[in-house]
Structures are given as C-alpha cells and as structure tokens.
Design a protein around this ligand. Structure first.
Ligand code: TUI
Length: 307
C-alpha cells in the first residue's frame, strides 16, 4: 500500500486540517518544519491575502506544504486559479465539491486530496482524478457531516481505489493506530494542533480547548444545512436561537465566520465560535508541534507492538 509520507515527501503520516482563520502561512510552515504536512487555510481569506500567506510560507519552509481551499468561500473560484500561478503543489478541499477545479489542478500535476464526509463524494472525486481522499467523521471540529470516523473510513476505503486518510477524533497514538487498523494511510489533525505552542489562536481559545470535556462540544446549524461543531458557550445557544427564528443560511454563515474571528483573534470565549472536535476532552496540554507529532507516532508504535 502507498505510504502517505512517501506520497507527500513528509516525515510523519500526519496532515494538518484546514482550520479557517487559524492556519496562516506561518503556522503551515511550522507544521511542515515539524515533520507533518502544513496547509494554509483559505477559509476566511480573500484571494490576495491567501497569495501573501503562500509566499510567506515558502519563505519559512523548504518542506512540502499545501493549501486547504474552503469551497464555501466566495473567492474559491479565483483562488483555485491563483494557487496554480503560485506553484502550490498540494491542495486539500472542504465544505463542497472541487470537481470544477480538478481538471486545471491535475493538468498542472498538483496532488489533490478532497475532504469527504460520505462515500458518494469520495467515488466522484476518484473519477475526477483525486490522488487520495480524507474521510472526515462527525467527531471533527468545524463543518461536519453525519457519519462517524469509525463507520466512514472503512466504507470510503471499500468504495474507492485511491488511498484514504482518516480524520475526526484523532489526537493520540491510539487514534492513529485505530485509523491504520481501519485501513487509512495517514491521519488529518486539527483539534490537537490548536493546543500547540505555535498555533496563532488567542490564549483563551487554547485554554478553552484544554478545559473542554468529552461532551463539551455541540453542532450548530444542522437545520440551516451548515452543521458546525464548536465548544458549547453563549454563542452556541444564540446561534441555535437564531436558527429557530428562521435566520437564512447566508446570515448564519456570516454569523459563524464573524464569531470564529472573535474567538481566534480576540479570545472571546463567550460570543466567539470556538471550533473544536469531540477529541478536545483528550487534549490536556500545550506542546510544541514537534513534540505532538513525536508523542503521537511513538504512542502509535507502542499500541501496535502491544496488539
Ligand atoms: O470543511 C470542513 N470543515 C470546516 S470548513 C469551516 S469554515 C466554515 N465556517 C462557517 C460555516 C461553514 C464553514 C470550518 N470547518 N471539513 C471538510 C468537510 N467537507 N466536512 C464536510 C464536508 C463536505 C460536506 C458536503 C464536503 C462536501 C459536501 O458536499 C459536496 C457535494 O456537493 O456533494
């Protein structure tokens, strides 16, 4: 079976989640320098801002890195072309189908890895030439689907002939071992990376992740069709109230993205939207990225040896 490390030219089989408004060029470079695949999160950015982050990332690392294109971003069509101009080699996508951009990306020899939350999009992506897919379970933070990682990963694996990366609910060596046991070739990490020294979010956000217990997250926006997992707070309740009052989809999306910025930049843990996965309950310390990766890899080896 193909190895994720070899496919991407990285040290560990770990890739970073897109993390809108969080994963800057600087953070992506730090993840890549620590041995994983760093990705600049285009969610919440405009095209020219993303270009600047790509250039900054290139300055800060000579390791492979990529861009995560959040497809609900109004600038996504323009960004899809711009990343080709900038010579980006690896792209992951989220919150939609990247079918319209796949011919262009494949023509330029890019490695394309869409995030999927169900098998239907996975099989479509394989037909369009995706190099792998990330099967992301509903345990994840941010925009989520319905399926759990445990049920989604093996079903996606059985429905495609390309490699599958597991995401959602993985924060230690046990999770990595479980993902490999299900047949994944690597894992995507988000929540555990929020609790890194290098992560540029406000300290209050980090503290909230550390404090969150197993059932401390909630999915808002199921009714509007944009389910987003966040840490429970005043904002979560306010969102659900607006939903009940029949707020429209665009308004709710704007509200979520605006409140994500409040959490990330201002550390507003009351009315900010603190996106995090269910695994937050397992994340109890701030570590350097390199240490997180080492711990997770060693932990994984230990679990496998014991099995
Ligand atoms: O995209 C994510 N996670 C995200 S994006 C994000 S930014 C945001 N902010 C406010 C509202 C909405 C988004 C925060 N977290 N994960 C990957 C993912 N993609 N999860 C689920 C999907 C997905 C869902 C439906 C992919 C495709 C899809 O349908 C595509 C189709 O046309 O079949």
């Amino acid at each position: 079976m193909m190895k994720l490390n070899e496919m991407l030219g990285i040290e560990y089989p770990f890739i970073q989640g897109g993390m809108a408004n969080i994963a800057t060029g600087e953070f992506a470079a730090a993840v890549s320098n620590a041995g994983g695949l760093g990705l600049i999160g285009a969610g919440g950015m405009r095209t020219e801002m993303l270009r600047e982050h790509i250039r900054r990332c290139k300055e800060l690392t000579d390791k492979p890195f990529g861009v995560n294109l959040m497809l609900m971003n109004p600038d996504a069509p323009e960004m899809a072309k711009m990343i080709v101009e900038e010579g980006v080699k690896i792209v992951t996508t989220g919150a939609g189908s990247p079918a319209a951009y796949m011919p262009l990306w494949k023509e330029h020899g890019m490695i394309v890895i869409p995030v999927v939350s169900a098998t239907a999009l996975a099989t479509r992506m394989e037909r369009y030439g995706a190099d792998a897919v990330i099967a992301e379970g509903t345990e994840s933070g941010g925009h989520v689907g319905e399926m759990t990682t445990m049920t989604l990963v093996p079903q996606v694996i059985d429905s495609v002939n390309i490699p599958v990366i597991a995401a959602g609910g993985i924060a230690d060596g046990r999770g990595v071992a479980a993902a490999f046991a299900l047949g994944a070739i690597g894992v995507q990490l988000g929540t555990v990376l929020l609790a890194s020294e290098e992560c540029p979010i406000h300290q209050n956000y980090k503290d909230a992740v550390l404090k969150t217990k197993d059932n401390g997250t909630i999915v808002t926006g199921r009714i509007a069709g944009t389910p987003v997992r966040i840490i429970k707070n005043v904002m979560a309740r306010e969102y659900v109230k607006r939903e009940m009052e029949g707020a429209d989809k665009m308004e709710l999306e704007q509200y979520t993205l605006g409140s994500l910025r409040r959490a990330v930049f201002d550390g507003d843990t009351k009315t900010g939207s603190l996106m995090a996965g269910q695994v937050a309950g397992l994340v109890n310390e701030i570590r350097p990225l390199r240490k997180i990766f080492e711990d997770m890899y060693e932990g994984y080896r230990k679990v496998v040896a014991e099995l």
